[in-house]
Ligand binder design. Structure first.
Ligand SMILES: [Zn+2]
Length: 87
């Protein structure tokens, strides 16, 4: 029995490698490409670092927004400052 999957595996054109994800500078075949998260190309380390910063900031914001316990945080911070006042 032969596996039927001997066709075009791995033959897809990586069209997303054409330009830097941040500054849209075209990425030539002989220039360095800095990958991030597996499939996001950047023309330089600086561009990639900036995107990492953007992503981290976005994730932090998302996490803060998704937290429903804003009142809880307020309460605990009040308690904390009260404790500070007492101490
Ligand atoms: Zn770039």
């Amino acid at each position: 029995m032969r596996p039927a999957s001997l066709s075009y595996a791995g033959f897809e054109e990586p069209h997303f490698l054409e330009a830097c994800h941040l500054c849209s500078k075209s990425l030539g075949h002989n220039s360095d490409i800095f990958m991030y998260r597996g499939n996001t190309p950047f023309c330089s380390q600086e561009c990639r670092q900036e995107q990492i910063g953007i992503d981290e900031a976005r994730e932090r914001r998302c996490r803060r927004v998704s937290k429903k316990s804003t009142s809880e945080i307020k309460k605990s911070s009040t308690i904390q400052s009260e404790t500070l006042l007492v101490a």
